[in-house]
Design a protein around this ligand. Structure first.
Ligand SMILES: [Zn+2]
Length: 99
């Protein structure tokens, strides 16, 4: 019998967010309250486009907007999680790290 363990991670568990460039592998880590989608539009080292800012009215499709929106709203979502008006915790399931 094989077993697989998974971990549940909530928004309040997020201690930092790391951006890793697909081109040059540069990493930038910031606290969740310091995630500013505008700040991470391009790699600070090589200039590779990371998360393009959505251009309003340019396209009927959302393109990369969900990624931009996720980062723009992350700290607000973390703060809202503690409110009584939010009746559930949002949990993300990840595989247990192998070490
Ligand atoms: Zn880079």
């Amino acid at each position: 019998m094989t077993s697989e363990r998974r971990l549940l991670v909530g928004l309040a568990d997020i201690k930092a967010v790391t951006f890793a460039c697909k081109k040059c592998a540069t990493r930038v880590t910031v606290g969740p309250d310091k995630v500013n989608a505008d700040r991470f539009q391009v790699c600070p080292e090589c200039g590779h486009v990371w998360i393009p800012k959505p251009q309003q009215g340019k396209s009927a499709t959302r393109g990369e907007a969900p990624m931009y929106d996720l980062l723009a709203l992350l700290s607000d979502a973390i703060a809202l999680q503690a409110r009584e008006t939010i009746g559930c915790r949002v949990l993300f399931e990840i595989e247990e790290p192998r070490s």
